[in-house]
Design a protein around this ligand. Sequence first.
Ligand code: ADP
Ligand code: ADP
Length: 229
Amino acid sequence: MIKLENVTKVYKTGVRAVNNMNVNIGPGEFVYVIGPTGAGKSTFIKLLYREEKASSGKVIVAGEDVSKIKNRKVPYFRRNIGIVFQNFRLLPKKTVFENIAFTLEVTDTPRVEIRKKVRRTLELVGLEDKANAFPHELSGGQQQRVAIARAIVNNPKVLIADEPTGNLDPDTSIEIIELLERINEVNHTTILVVTHDKEIVQKYKKRTILIEDGCIKTDTSTGGYANGI
Ligand code: ADP
Ligand code: ADP
């Protein structure tokens, strides 16, 4: 589902953020991406949804050679990918329902179909009673659930979460991680979670990729920080 072959990204400033990276992530996998600040984690995921272009090497996502996609086709390509950020990024003047429906409206999905999909997704994230609430009326954890619902309503092949628990307390963080695991199980979505949270990585024994200095330092199938890092 995700494949990088000898991928390097050098920014205009000369910073080599990703350095000859190779990785292979299969359909339905759940993977943690960890590493210190500045290691290249954000750059790695930006390469996956074509927010950045690789300087060299090959990035394949959902069967597409990402660097070959024409600019005008990028929005279509991105329908394969759901993205969740640390700071939720909800539209403040829209309700929960509208925030989630928004991505379907741009794809010309019929109204009845939109309503059905949004309802089903709200149920999956446990917010069926909050459809008419505005983001500011919700807790941080609830807002993140809405952001997750928005990211998955279109049933993308890949879900990327960049520090999804960074603004949340430990108990709420665990709820969010367990929700992502449920989505992985129910929808078979390939999920990447970038995190600084050592407890989560230790607790949920999943494949964990450690990035340092733009390279994959370790890639363990059982989770946890290798060598006491
Ligand atoms: P992480 O997400 O692990 O903190 P990043 O991918 O954000 O790492 O950054 C990797 C390196 O690339 C850092 O040295 C960072 O300062 C640099 N960097 C990130 N984005 C840009 C950019 N748009 N332009 C120039 N340098 C960047
Ligand atoms: P976040 O915490 O939301 O990921 P960051 O502070 O890591 O935000 O980065 C904000 C933006 O600035 C990103 O688009 C990133 O690529 C860019 N950026 C990060 N480091 C640098 C840098 N050294 N030079 C230029 N842009 C950078």
